[in-house]
Design a protein around this ligand. Structure first.
Ligand SMILES: N[C@@H](CCC(=O)N[C@@H](CS)C(=O)NCC(=O)O)C(=O)O
Length: 219
């Protein structure tokens, strides 16, 4: 049975988008126009009451939350080795994915949508600047992971196979451009992200979403 991925260009839905492309799975990509608030419509809330992307529909199952979707796709396509099978390595990847999703990602949300967290323009500017600093530090942590990967002569962040951590790292570094952070300042991570972006399935997702990798504009 074919799947449906509800996504928005450049959003965190890029993670499952690349996994579906990598698995060469038949799926229907459904663009949710967040800038037009389509995600807040009654029709979309009937699919995801939290009004967010991604949503994966697989037959009768509607799955939200990146971690749950990642686990679903890993179980569905074991030949892809999206997550390591060895218990310690698998736990370490899930540990990092959870941190990316529950800490790094919401920190960026404070930079991108400060109006969701503070009322006045002054308070919003403070929220934005404060979280942009935190975000830079977190990208530094991901840069250190990329450096350890290179040091261990390992191809990808989670091991020898492309996986969700690589796609999430690409997304998070790309978002840095919106936060006034030059991705090339994280040389090892930037090199890794460019390598990942050149993989044919990732390149297909980038093309469908029409993404520019480096969004940084010097002020
Ligand atoms: N924890 C959620 C985060 C999802 C999320 O933050 N999605 C963003 C795009 S990256 C979204 O849909 N934002 C729309 C909004 O909040 O209005 C997950 O893992 O799926």
């Amino acid at each position: 049975m074919s799947m449906k991925l509800y996504y928005a260009p450049g959003a965190c839905s890029f993670v499952p988008h690349t996994m579906l492309e990598a698995a060469e799975a038949p799926f229907e990509p459904v663009w949710v126009k967040i800038h037009k608030k389509e995600n807040e419509s009654a029709e979309y809330r009937a699919i995801n009451p939290r009004a967010q992307v991604p949503v994966l529909v697989d037959g009768s199952e509607t799955i939200t939350q990146i971690l749950a979707i990642v686990l679903w796709l890993d179980a569905k396509f074991p030949r892809m080795g999206f997550l390591p099978s060895q218990p310690v390595a698998r736990t370490r990847v899930l540990e990092t994915l959870a941190w990316m999703n529950n800490t790094v990602h919401p920190t960026f949300t404070h930079v991108f949508m400060p109006h969701k967290f503070a009322g006045t323009p002054e308070a919003q500017a403070e929220v934005k600047a404060f979280n942009a600093r935190l975000y830079r530090g977190m990208l530094g942590e991901i840069e250190a992971m990329a450096a350890r990967t290179v040091g261990a002569s390992q191809a990808f962040l989670g091991g020898e196979r492309f996986g969700p951590m690589d796609a999430y790292a690409l997304t998070l570094l790309r978002w840095g451009g919106f936060a006034g952070i030059d991705p090339t300042g994280f040389a090892t991570l930037w090199a890794h992200v460019q390598k990942v972006a050149a993989l044919p399935p990732v390149a297909r997702a980038i093309e469908r979403e029409r993404l520019q990798l480096n969004l940084y504009q010097a002020s």
